[in-house]
Design a protein around this ligand. Structure first.
Ligand SMILES: Cc1ncc(COP(=O)(O)O)c(C=O)c1O
Length: 496
């Protein structure tokens, strides 16, 4: 058999002794199929010469490999890879073997991709107005970093240990206090499960609540990531929405035809239209849920972000019958990458969701949670929320002015009372999806109604998020959007 020269690189400065480095490199070569069972190894003298080490070093490496059963000595001082090693000689198809392993070459019968189609990547450097994300440039990072440091160094109740799967006790206390003081929910620390964002809360809620054959009603335009989590357990039934949120009469008609286990909705700022669920519909919805015995999954994702007076209290605050499962998050008021949300509701749902969470990821990040508890307790998050409300209100106004000035003939909209986006209706002669594509080529990304529609059909509406951009930036973005409408000027060059 032809001897290949073995590519082994040594690091003299490493802590691992050189003989072990050689032994490990040979093990890797055997595992990867570059050396197969029965293949001869170079003589210790030859390999020492190749590597520029003392022969005894190579002998020590060979001794090690022999002791572990990787190689065997033959007569006349020849050494080979152990002939009986249960490793396939992968050459010459070694690369093919690796590809097959990556692709699940053992023949696992996996579905290709059962999630939503990935969204088209925005052009590099584009201004993204499609999401409702906060301005991460304004996050109080120094305070967060200090609180995180203190959490890591605190005495007792070590956040790096296994801990309560419901989340850091301090954070549960602070969130419960905030929910009682500001949102009218009668909850204590033990009624809460801290999750990794509302996405985990909704997915756990789906697993805890839904059984095969169940149906869940959803808003006919809504939040697709939540639908994806719910649809794994139940059939989803769309209910029309209008300027007052979900159409509760239509929901009542639906449950006449087909019992549902739950309705998932965004009553505070309907996603994506920002409509507030009217008081009459709130009362009617809770009465219907009580009469028809279904749960209400209330996604209150941006409760803190309102611009006129106090926000309307959540449905959960009026729930006397244990019907509402309440989902909240710090993604909007602070930052989505922290992955901190919470779930509250009837005790059996929380207990089951907690058991499921424990199975899935044991517990959240208690160090981050403890840091956030401190920021809630010392008022930092409250101050940040007040500041963001002022900043975002200015941005909301700037966006409205820019839209009126540059696109007044093409778009109409109502000033939203809260939230981080404007829902605008386009002149019906405009193909909004084509417009959005042209706008993306000019460096501004907006979301069209099709993305939120249960039926995936186009509608002449756009969602424009304003929170992440300064007032000046918003004017630039709307300038580009206007240019994309009538084709003025040249598209922005893509970089990269
Ligand atoms: C309707 C709705 N719910 C929840 C969230 C927040 O999700 P998470 O807490 O998982 O970051 C968003 C964010 O875009 C949202 O739009």
């Amino acid at each position: 058999m032809k001897r290949r020269s073995l590519a082994i690189s040594l690091d003299e400065s490493a802590e691992t002794p050189v003989f072990l480095q050689i032994a490990r490199a040979l093990t890797v070569a055997i595992r990867s199929g570059r050396l197969g069972p029965g293949d001869p190894l170079p003589s210790s003298r030859a390999l020492a010469g190749q590597l520029g080490v003392h022969r005894n070093t190579v002998l020590a490496a060979y001794d090690e490999l022999r002791a572990e059963g990787w190689i065997e000595a033959l007569a006349a001082r020849r050494t080979q890879v152990a002939a009986s090693l249960p490793i396939e000689a992968a050459r010459p198809g070694a690369a093919r073997g690796r590809r097959a392993a990556r692709a699940g070459g053992l023949g696992f019968d996996l579905p290709e991709h059962d999630g939503p189609a990935p969204e088209e990547a925005p052009p590099p450097g584009a201004m993204i107005l499609s999401g409702g994300v906060p301005d991460l440039r304004l996050v109080p990072r120094t305070a967060l970093a200090r609180a995180y440091r203190r959490a890591l160094l605190r005495r007792g109740d070590d956040p790096l240990a296994y801990g309560d799967p419901r989340g850091d006790a301090g954070l549960r206390r602070e969130v419960a206090a905030m929910l009682s003081a500001e949102r009218g929910l009668a909850v204590g620390a033990d009624d809460l499960l801290i999750t990794r964002g509302s996405q985990m809360a909704i997915a756990l809620c789906a697993q805890a609540l839904l059984r095969p054959g169940d149906a869940v009603a959803v808003e006919a335009m809504g939040y697709r990531p939540a639908w994806d989590a719910l649809a794994r357990r139940a059939e989803l039934l769309p209910v029309p929405i209008d300027d007052e949120g979900i159409d509760v009469d239509a929901l009542a008609a639906l449950v006449e035809r087909r019992p549902i286990r739950a309705v998932y909705l965004t009553p505070h700022h309907q996603f994506p239209t920002t409509a507030l669920l009217s008081a009459a519909r709130r009362i009617r919805l809770l009465a219907l849920a009580r009469a028809r015995r279904f749960a209400v999954i209330e996604d209150d994702y941006d409760n803190e972000i309102h611009y006129s007076g106090r926000p309307v209290l959540p449905l959960a605050s009026a729930d006397r019958d244990g019907l509402v499962i309440y989902v909240g998050t710090l993604s909007k008021i602070l930052a989505p990458g922290l992955r901190v949300g919470f779930l509250s509701g009837p005790a059996p749902v929380i207990a089951r969701a907690t058991a499921l969470r424990e199975r899935l990821d044991r517990q959240g990040d208690h160090a981050v949670e403890a840091a956030l508890a401190e920021l809630l307790e010392d008022g930092e998050i409250g101050r940040h929320a007040r500041r963001m409300r002022r900043v975002y209100q200015g941005r909301r106004e700037a966006l409205c002015e820019a839209l009126a000035a540059r696109l007044g003939g093409a778009l109409s909209f109502r000033l939203p009372a809260g939230g981080m986006a404007i829902w605008a209706r386009a002149d019906p002669t405009i193909d909004v999806d084509a417009w959005a594509r042209r706008a993306a080529a000019r460096g501004v990304v907006v979301a069209t109604a099709r993305r939120f529609a249960f039926d995936g059909q186009p509608r002449p509406c756009l969602r424009l998020g304003f929170a992440a951009w300064t007032e000046e930036e918003l004017w630039v973005a709307i300038g580009r959007l206007a240019a994309a409408l009538d084709g003025r000027g040249s598209p922005r060059r893509r970089s990269g």
